[in-house]
Design a binder for this molecule. Structure first.
Ligand SMILES: [Cu+2]
Length: 235
């Protein structure tokens, strides 16, 4: 268990230990990076997606500031060279007066920095569910999204309650918006938090949603299950 001081930049360091008991130093690049590091508060109100640097001996480090007291969960999402994708988690604690936020209500739109992002599609337990996020600003579709980490958007999905980390696969697109399409596989019904990173005008922004899986009508079995051309890589 790691403790961090509220509001102070911390040089956060960690290693990934391999089956041989030694720090892993070989990683495959996925979405432009060898390792993606996600930090969320346990109440799923705050979210950070950062990219630590690794030294030759396999020690990762990243400047991290956790603004508010409370419990946080960090996820390292990576693929060791020659292996398959892994997500490892660790708890971080920030001492102080903790005011947990209630889970945001289920919503189809999110506002961030003057952008409106709308969500189409439903999470369906046990199958790849197509989610389309559309970005607009001042009522106009944004059609000049910028590539960030090799794609026009990155989506992280976490299950409320146990913070299960879900792998979401982007659909390859040559169109720079307004729509960004993903396939998310949720294992169960219930509430999920979705965090979309997208870049426009040189800045990365995060739009967040609460979505409920299994809330709509069950899909008829006859519906063709399109096999998306997704890869097996995380988010
Ligand atoms: Cu990343």
């Amino acid at each position: 268990m790691t403790t961090v001081k509220a509001g102070e930049p911390t040089d956060f360091r960690f290693t990934v230990t391999g089956p041989d008991g030694k720090p892993v130093t070989g990683y495959q690049v996925e979405h432009d990076k060898k390792l993606h590091f996600i930090v969320v508060s346990r109440d799923l109100a705050s979210f950070q997606h950062v990219h630590p640097d690794m030294s030759a001996d396999g020690v990762w480090s990243v400047k991290l500031t956790l603004d508010d007291p409370g419990a946080y969960r960090a996820f390292a999402d990576f693929t060791p060279t020659g292996g398959s994708g892994l997500t490892l988690g660790a708890d971080l604690l920030v001492a102080g007066d903790y005011k947990p936020q209630p889970l945001a209500q289920v919503a189809r739109t999110a506002e961030v920095d003057g952008y409106t992002v709308s969500l189409a599609g439903d999470l369906v337990p046990g199958q790849a569910s197509k989610l389309t996020l559309s970005v607009s600003k001042d009522g106009r579709p944004v059609t000049d999204l910028q590539r960030y980490l090799g794609a026009y958007g990155h989506l992280v999905a976490l299950r409320a309650g146990d913070l299960a980390y879900l792998h979401v696969h982007p659909e390859e697109s040559v169109k720079a918006g307004p729509e960004i399409t993903f396939y998310a596989e949720v294992p169960s019904g219930g509430d999920y938090r979705l965090f979309l990173d997208f870049q426009h005008d040189g800045k990365v922004r995060t739009a967040d949603f609460t979505a409920q899986a299994g809330a709509g009508q069950p899909k008829p079995a006859a519906e063709p299950s399109a096999s998306p051309s997704h890869d097996n890589h995380p988010h």
